[in-house]
Design a protein around this ligand. Structure first.
Ligand SMILES: [Zn+2]
Length: 147
């Protein structure tokens, strides 16, 4: 574990306790496995894109901290950031639909967003994710959340 320098022993103990509680909270959260994630993506594709987007694989990755999702159309593979785990289902669905749309349309032109209009919670999910990014950039907000 990485412990910030200049902590007293008591502070250090408190900090370790908080971190362990956080890890325990993360573990008890139920999260879709990679197989369920792929099934979810196929279901969403059927529901919103008439089944036209057919991903070969959909999986969680932990090395993606600046993007919520990414895809490689030539391989039909989609990767979602583990940071989405524990976020509302409609947000995860939006990111899946976003990446599924890229299997059909590259880039973010009007054709791309027209596909996403089929999903009624696109705007709401985008707002949620923008809020998360904004909160991450404001250190004082982050401190408030830790309390
Ligand atoms: Zn995109």
């Amino acid at each position: 574990m990485l412990i910030p320098a200049r902590m007293s022993e008591a502070e250090e103990k408190r900090w370790v306790t908080v971190m362990l509680d956080k890890l325990a909270a993360q573990e008890s959260r139920s999260v879709l496995g990679d197989r369920e994630l792929t099934e979810r993506a196929l279901h969403l594709s059927d529901q919103y894109y008439g089944g036209r987007a057919r991903p070969g694989s959909v999986r969680w990755v932990t090395n993606q901290n600046t993007r919520w999702g990414s895809c490689t159309p030539s391989e039909g593979s989609i990767r979602l950031s583990h940071r989405l785990q524990g976020m509302p289902e409609y947000v995860v669905d939006y990111v899946l639909l976003h990446e599924l749309a890229h299997l059909l349309v590259p880039g973010h032109g009007p054709g791309f967003w027209r596909l996403l209009e089929a999903y009624p919670r696109t705007e709401r999910a985008r707002g949620y994710l923008e809020g998360v990014v904004a909160a991450d950039r404001l250190p004082h907000l982050q401190d408030a959340r830790e309390e």
